[in-house]
Design a protein around this ligand. Structure first.
Ligand SMILES: [Zn+2]
Length: 106
């Protein structure tokens, strides 16, 4: 095989790899959309529909079947108020100690 042929073969392989990567990314994006459509406003515990209700001025999703509650990012902090030293920090410490005091780094 000539050098020129090898060069074009290499280019072709790179283009194929790029095309494949683009297709994979597109498929992943479509799968994500399908997943969202399938589960949007559905309870994560029992699969029934969620109802939007206002609780203490915050819009929360409540399951129509099992009453499980779904909060958007930040809503837990809003509902808990400024007092993040009490129950909320103990809540997060259950999940791997996300809240650290400055003394923990020494
Ligand atoms: Zn439910």
């Amino acid at each position: 095989m000539s050098q020129e042929e090898e060069y074009f073969k290499k280019i072709e392989a790179e283009q194929k790899a790029k095309l494949k990567a683009d297709q994979d990314a597109s498929a992943a994006a479509q799968a994500e959309i399908a997943l969202k459509e399938l589960h949007f406003h559905k309870c994560g515990k029992c699969g029934h529909d969620m109802n939007t209700e206002v609780y203490r001025g915050v819009e929360i999703e409540v399951c129509t079947k099992c009453q499980a509650v779904l909060l958007d990012p930040g809503e837990l902090n809003t509902l808990a108020g400024d007092d993040n030293s009490a129950w909320i920090s103990s809540f997060f410490s259950v999940f791997g100690g996300g809240y650290k005091t400055p003394d923990d780094d020494t």
